[in-house]
Structure formats: structure tokens, C-alpha cells
Write a protein that binds this ligand. Structure first.
Ligand SMILES: Cc1cc2nc3c(=O)[nH]c(=O)nc-3n(C[C@H](O)[C@H](O)[C@H](O)COP(=O)(O)O)c2cc1C
Length: 207
């Protein structure tokens, strides 16, 4: 019989609950959210509590924790102010810039300047895309749902325009061997995609 650690989230330390969550839901995709403030300052930050939530219309979600003092991160402030953000897929060549962009820069500094990444104009929204990565989704805010007693914000955005560099596609599919996505593990660890397996369903049709 395995020696299970049993944790009741209602009584366990919050830090321990967090450790079990981020060590179990792995690897997590990393959404690099670019935003602009009302004053026109650009901001860029990575989020791994990130996923796709709807197809028609396409929607993605991020949860943006509050700062320890309860204030909102710059990304969330900007999304609330402007109703827009761009999701950029983080790929291996820029994984270190991605980590660096999560440092706590002052609100008046842009992570584009701090990391040397290139802002590329979007088409339907003001936040720029990250030129160094091949996939950008232009998003408009659909809803912010505040979860639990700390009002943990779950941000849902509708994808209004998708940009996919065809250099990372094969036969109409995004090709993982060409995309080189990375994932977040726990602690300070990240991963590349590793070995890829294929096993078809009996009728050969996708599900
Ligand atoms: C790989 C990675 C994933 C992260 N995921 C999240 C996340 O899902 N939610 C969150 O609130 N912060 C997350 N962070 C921390 C934010 O990126 C960090 O707090 C950032 O400074 C916020 O920037 P902002 O204040 O400009 O919005 C993550 C950091 C890294 C490096």
C-alpha cells in the first residue's frame, strides 16, 4: 500500500496545498499575456494557470493571483481597464526571457524593454504581440470570475484573431516538432515536450 499524504485543503497550510496543486497539474502550458495600460504602457507576464475553455467562440482562461498585499497584478489591472490582452505561446528559444519577464518590475517599466523582446502590432486590439514567438491570439475580455474568499481572479478572454506562423505547421496542424513549446513544472523547473507518442482510435477518426 503506498504511503499517501492526505491533505484536507480546509485545514492544511495554503503553501502546502499550492505545492500539491502545481506538482500534480504538470506540465502546464505557459501563456505570455501582453497588455497595455490606459496610459499606453505595454506589459508582458507569463501565466501557467492557463487553459483553453471554449471553442465556439474560442475562449481561453488565465488565473491571475493577487499580490501578497491583495493588490492586483499589472496584467489584470490592464485587462480590466482596456478589456484586451494578447496571448503569446512561449517557445524554447525565449524561455529565459519568459522567466525574466516575471520579475517584479515597476509599473512604469515595460517588460519588452527589460527583456529585449520585440513588440509587434496586433490587428484588432492595442496590446502588441511578441515577435519572437510563432503563435499569438488577440483576445477581448469576456468575464472575470472571482473565486473563493480571496477573490482569486479567473480571467476568460475571447480569441478574436489568431496568428500562427506557417513555419510551425504541417498539413494544416500545428506541428509540435516545429513549435517547440515549453511547460512549467513546479519550483523553478520547466520542460520541453520530450518524446511524442501516437495511438489512433479504432475508427481512425479524431475525438
Ligand atoms: C512560468 C511562470 C508561470 C506563472 N504563472 C502564473 C499564474 O498562472 N498566475 C499568476 O498570478 N502568476 C503567475 N506567474 C507569476 C507572474 O508572471 C508574475 O507575478 C508577474 O510579475 C506578473 O506581472 P504583472 O504584475 O506585470 O502582471 C508565473 C510566473 C512564471 C515564471
Amino acid at each position: 500500500m503506498p504511503d499517501y499524504l492526505e491533505l484536507d485543503p480546509t485545514t492544511a497550510e495554503r503553501r502546502q496545498v499550492y505545492r500539491m496543486l502545481v506538482g500534480s497539474v504538470v506540465p502546464r502550458p505557459i501563456g505570455w499575456a501582453s497588455t497595455v495600460s490606459n496610459q499606453g504602457r505595454t506589459n508582458l507576464a507569463p501565466f501557467s494557470f492557463f487553459t483553453v475553455v471554449c471553442v465556439v467562440p474560442p475562449m481561453i482562461s488565465l488565473t491571475i493571483a493577487r499580490n501578497p498585499n491583495g493588490s492586483e497584478k499589472h496584467t489584470l489591472k490592464n485587462v480590466r481597464q482596456t478589456g484586451e490582452f494578447c496571448f503569446n505561446v512561449v517557445t524554447e528559444p525565449v524561455w529565459k526571457e519568459m522567466v525574466d519577464s516575471a520579475n517584479g518590475f515597476p509599473e512604469e517599466d515595460s517588460e519588452f524593454d527589460e527583456t529585449g523582446l520585440t513588440p509587434l502590432p496586433s490587428v484588432k486590439i492595442k496590446p502588441p504581440r511578441v515577435k519572437e514567438v510563432p503563435i499569438h491570439f488577440e483576445c477581448r475580455l469576456h468575464q472575470v470570475i472571482e473565486l473563493g474568499p480571496n477573490r482569486h481572479p479567473l480571467v476568460i478572454g475571447e480569441v478574436v484573431l489568431m496568428h500562427v506562423d506557417q513555419a510551425c505547421m504541417t498539413d494544416g496542424y500545428i506541428d509540435m516538432r516545429k513549435l517547440h513549446p515549453i511547460g512549467r513544472l513546479n519550483g523553478f523547473f520547466y520542460s520541453t515536450i520530450g518524446e511524442i507518442f501516437e495511438r489512433k482510435f479504432d475508427d481512425g477518426q479524431p475525438r
